[in-house]
Design a protein around this ligand. Sequence first.
Ligand SMILES: Cc1cc2nc3c(=O)[nH]c(=O)nc-3n(C[C@H](O)[C@H](O)[C@H](O)COP(=O)(O)OP(=O)(O)OC[C@H]3O[C@@H](n4cnc5c(N)ncnc54)[C@H](O)[C@@H]3O)c2cc1C
Length: 289
Amino acid sequence: MAVEFEFHTPSTLIEALTWLSADAGLSPLAGGTNMVVDMRCARHFPQGVVNINHLADLKGIHQEDNYFVLGSTITITELLQDGLVKQYAPALQQAAAVFANPLIRNRATLGGNLVDASPAADMAPPLLILNADVELLSQSGSRLIPLKEFFIGVRKTILQPGELLFSVRFLILKGASAFQKIGLRKADAISIVSAAVYLECNSKNICQELRIALGSVAPRPFRAEEAENYLKGNLMTPKNIHLTAKLAAKATTPINDVRSSAEYRQRMTEVIVSRLINKLVTQTLIEDN
Ligand SMILES: Cc1cc2nc3c(=O)[nH]c(=O)nc-3n(C[C@H](O)[C@H](O)[C@H](O)COP(=O)(O)OP(=O)(O)OC[C@H]3O[C@@H](n4cnc5c(N)ncnc54)[C@H](O)[C@@H]3O)c2cc1C
């Protein structure tokens, strides 16, 4: 039997915020790729939804001084096709390329992926290595929060009722970055393990900056800071890279589920972190020559 619910289509951002602040039973609806599934299987059935997908203020990708700003309702396809994202956030674009399938990519939004806060959210690791901030907006104002503080547990964030994720922003950086995920299939698969790495090293092969973010191996996507600190200031030797990847794997707290054992998740974390660092070292050497 179909269950009735309210469906609001505000024509402005202010109107959307007014609806959301007036009634805590209303949820924002963007692409609907999580929400409609949740409603269909009665995991989460709000009293009503406020459609934000068409609001111009939440769209677009642009540069603001040294910052790169992504509107919360840009789709994964838009991220995939954008020249600026390719240039400044290659790991993010690589994650978009292996996200779901083309139909889902055309609907799913960046903001929806972050607010849904699945441990396997593919947009999270590439943004965590960029030290991205999220801008949250409500009727009473806006606040800028580091993305790493946004996630607080499995499908839990610090977002308050009446608040919208307005944009994601990060400083444009000069280092190299890359993303990899392992799923049950090569395409259209939820991540069993995912990792994004950002690296800067100097001409003496010393690591100047390293950021490692992991997905699907803990209740929330997170940065493997002990591993990062181990390699920073050190020579990028095979042994040091190997030990760094081991420390990243040690920081995980994975679960056994239908997709994978915890043991496999932990082992594959080490494999892909090592692979990504080596790939970026090679890339940096080629670019320098
Ligand atoms: C077949 C299939 C394959 C998938 N594959 C992948 C995959 O490979 N990788 C992956 O990471 N995910 C995958 N997903 C999950 C999903 O597509 C993403 O999480 C998607 O990005 C959610 O965005 P949306 O716009 O559809 O959000 P919605 O479903 O509209 O909303 C999701 C949640 O976020 C809230 N919300 C949305 N936008 C905002 C906002 N701006 N401010 C405040 N709250 C907001 C909603 O209220 C809701 O609680 C898959 C889903 C399906 C159905």
